[in-house]
Design a protein around this ligand. Sequence first.
Ligand code: HEM
Length: 419
Amino acid sequence: HGVQRSLIQRGARKGDLISRMVMDPALRRDPFPAYEELRARGPISANDLISASVDHAVCNEVLRSDAFGTAGGQGELPRPLRWLHHKVIDPDTLGPVDPPSMLAVDPPLHTRYRRQVARAFTARRVGRMGERVAQVAGDLLDELAGLDEFDLVDRYASQLPVTVIADLLGVPEDDRGRLLALGNEAAVTLDPGLSWREFRRAETALRELHTWFRGHVERLRADPGDDLISQLVLLDGEDRLDPVELHQVGLLVLAAGFETTVNLIGNAVALLDEHPEQLRWLQANPDGWANAVDEVLRHQSPVQLTLRIALRETEVAGRRFEPGHGILLHLGGANRDPAVFADPAAFDVTRADADQHLAFSAGVHFCLGASLARLEAAVALRSLYERHPGLRVAGRPERRGTRVLRGFERLPVSTAGAL
Ligand code: HEM
């Protein structure tokens, strides 16, 4: 993985488009012209290191294919070797998407982890959370009452998901703020090409996250609740997760729960601010919020990029892949593929096929929290604009400096505007 990163870095210095699309800081702000440049070259492009695609059909096929696996690949190692790996790499520095994170391993190991966690995210359980989500949104808006201006990200978009996921994982209220800060510091580890300084900062945050999680697990072992972590701690026999597995599963759900939905909510508010007529339509047609959320996911995908590695020799769109060859899947670009979406750069909350996007990926790693994220965003936005019908972006929004995650660091809003 590290080697691949440094090779991509070297390519980027040479100005090669495929490498630049991962490494160039300018593209963090606006990757969309580069997506179109790549699209013009055909469904799959390659340099001598790696392939890349912004083609919806190709991304969809690769994500669903069992001839491709995740970059972690640890799923292929037998258990004793995995233990050795944990010993060599200090497990307290593992990020939420490092193996043996569910997101970084392939079946059959992946299947085992996913089955344990999926029980907490069935459509029925998530459906029942609607009321709780609305209550959290209402409480947050109450706290903001009387403020004419506030930072939407800090005070609302980040708080709602962290409160919901903390409920799900049994996290005490007092720990939530600290976890959010640590999660933000650790989120940069998703991006390739970190500077040494960024890496050390993230590593310090990760150590603190693991230390916190160890204490959390001990508390729940002594006094289990009906949360997901208690369920995982209580697993027995064949199903039992070793401590490293437990940490990686728990931290992934925690981080995925609050590092992504915040971006979705922020991106939605920014887009609706640019399209006030569509906001007014939604205010008159609140049943449209669900589709609007999918259109935001399509147009400004919170997760822009993922990577797959060929596990055996295979062919996609007429291109041969040797085992070990990687392909960068630009989900944010696939979601603007004109072969699937008419006038793809246009934002249209009534677009009929908005939900054909790949913002939640596809195949075995399809986002486990997709229905929760959709619910949170729809409720958050509807509640926000009901309380503040004239809410507008005010001041200067600041984008997050990350490449994989797309969202805002700061989004100042004013509630004083007229409808
Ligand atoms: C996986 C996106 C919210 C939990 C994924 C993947 C994507 C994604 C793209 C797969 C990456 C890949 O295939 O390489 C998003 C977006 C979200 C969101 C855009 C919000 C807007 C959530 C929430 C949770 C969650 C709220 C949990 C509470 C997970 C988990 C996985 C995952 C556990 C790993 C699934 C697996 O490997 O089988 N997500 N996610 N996500 N997501 Fe989400």
